[in-house]
Ligand binder design. Structure first.
Ligand SMILES: Cc1cc2nc3c(=O)[nH]c(=O)nc-3n(C[C@H](O)[C@H](O)[C@H](O)COP(=O)(O)OP(=O)(O)OC[C@H]3O[C@@H](n4cnc5c(N)ncnc54)[C@H](O)[C@@H]3O)c2cc1C
Length: 399
């Protein structure tokens, strides 16, 4: 059997390793347009100079001599009728099963121009350029996880940081206000100049620096600007090949696309979300990894259905540690928080009617795993939230 994997990051690598572990009898070609296999999650540590380029490697290209590994090349087309993929140099490679693990690209508002020192942060090549440009000051646009983690990296490096956030509090897309406000407090404590309810309207270049103009006409001059305004799944290859796509490439419970011989996993794939009970993209590393694993088993004929995903995130900055999972806001969702103010800790649950749909832990990560599993079960009902928050959650497992 000829297997072709396009993209070799969280999803593609996990799929490749699983295939290699469970079958010796397959020909695998893996193609990536990058030349290294590294953790994107660690890019902000590179910006903060806490880690070097080599520290973020998660696999060595030389580890995969038993497969046909192609690096630094784009796949430009899928020819479904011939069951081949086409590389940018015109070379065609045939497949029996094809896995698309092509991830997502950052959203780039029109002012995102590298010639004006404005960058996005998704790829190592971008982190290296940002790292080189930075001396004294930076502007981070966006108050999501990538923006906040970048700001923390700059704080570690003692680079003066301004954060421009459209919404009234950080993490507003995923977190409830109370959780967002604790993050806000922490950023202020780190002396980050946080500009909430603010927007960038233009960025130009003046005397070698980026000149950022905000909606209220404030001007900020800085070495570089990092734009963290979200991502868009890479669906072009799939769409051009006639595969069903919406926001991402649509997949069934076996992670198959609308063509049974083509699979999609990770940030490019729209698969089942356990809480939303519909297709959604939870664009996080562990979801891409577990989908890579399930996809490989299905290709090897094990017929295992992927149970679905939930979102999960962890934010660690000095002594501040926030873990969130599932949904914390949305229609009909109500949160309940147990605070230990003297320890600056809380434990929070989010319920939709009485169904557990989300959790957040501030500075007490110990129980997070148990709660996450209760959310993933998809049927944990809590009639007395106050009691639940003070008892051991293990008792909620149905035996
Ligand atoms: C700065 C940053 C911090 C993050 N921190 C966290 C975190 O703390 N926790 C967490 O869970 N998640 C985090 N994430 C998100 C996480 O990195 C992604 O969810 C994860 O990388 C998705 O993996 P993937 O394999 O689906 O896609 P990607 O990692 O996007 O990899 C896709 C690969 O395919 C390649 N490719 C695309 N198109 C083609 C083509 N046509 N031909 C050949 N190759 C192609 C791409 O270049 C890339 O190498 C972070 C992301 C960023 C950017």
């Amino acid at each position: 059997m000829n297997i072709v994997i396009v993209g070799l990051s969280a999803g593609g690598l996990s799929c490749l390793k699983t295939l290699l572990k469970y079958s010796k009898d397959i020909n695998i070609t893996a193609i990536t347009n990058e030349d290294r296999i590294y953790s994107r999650c660690l890019l902000t540590y590179l910006l903060g100079r806490e880690l070097g380029e080599k520290d973020i490697n998660i696999a060595d290209i030389n580890d995969f001599r038993q497969i046909n590994l192609i690096t630094g090349k784009n796949v430009t087309e899928i020819k479904r009728e011939k069951k081949t993929i086409v590389l940018e140099d015109g070379k065609e490679i045939s497949y029996d099963k094809l896995i698309l693990a092509v991830g997502a690209d950052p959203l780039r508002p029109t002012y995102t121009k590298e010639e004006n020192n404005v960058f996005t942060l998704r790829y190592l090549r971008e982190a290296v350029k940002i790292e080189k440009r930075l001396k004294n000051s930076v502007v981070v646009v966006g108050g999501g996880y990538v923006g906040i983690k970048s700001a923390y990296g700059f704080y570690k490096r003692k680079v003066y940081t301004t954060m421009v956030v459209t919404s009234p509090y950080p993490l507003s897309v995923t977190a409830d206000e109370e959780t967002g406000r604790v993050v806000e407090k922490e950023l202020i404590k780190m002396k980050i100049d946080l500009k909430l309810k603010s927007d960038v309207i233009d960025i130009s270049k003046k005397e070698g620096l980026a000149k950022v103009t905000l909606r209220d006409e404030t001007e900020i001059h800085c070495d570089a600007v990092i734009v963290g305004k979200g991502v868009k799944p890479n669906i072009k290859l799939a769409k051009n090949a006639g595969l069903d796509c919406e926001n991402g490439i649509l997949v069934n419970e076996y992670l198959q696309t609308s063509d049974k011989d083509i699979f999609a996993i990770g940030d490019c794939a729209e698969s089942f979300d356990i809480i939303r009970k519909e297709r959604y993209i939870n664009a996080i590393w562990p979801v891409a990894e577990e989908q890579g694993y399930f996809c490989a088993l299905n290709i090897l004929g094990r017929d295992v259905s992927y149970p679905g995903s939930i979102s999960m995130n962890s934010l660690k900055m000095e002594n501040f540690h926030l873990i969130t999972a599932g949904l914390l806001k949305g229609d009909g969702i109500k949160t309940h928080t147990l605070w230990h103010k003297n320890k600056n800790q809380f434990r929070k649950i989010a319920l939709k009617d009485d169904l557990l749909v989300g959790v957040a832990f501030l500075n007490n990560p110990e129980d997070a795993g148990v709660y996450v599993n209760l959310i993933k079960k998809g049927d944990t009902r809590i009639s007395n939230p106050e009691e639940f928050l003070t008892t051991t959650p293990v008792s909620y497992y149905k035996i």
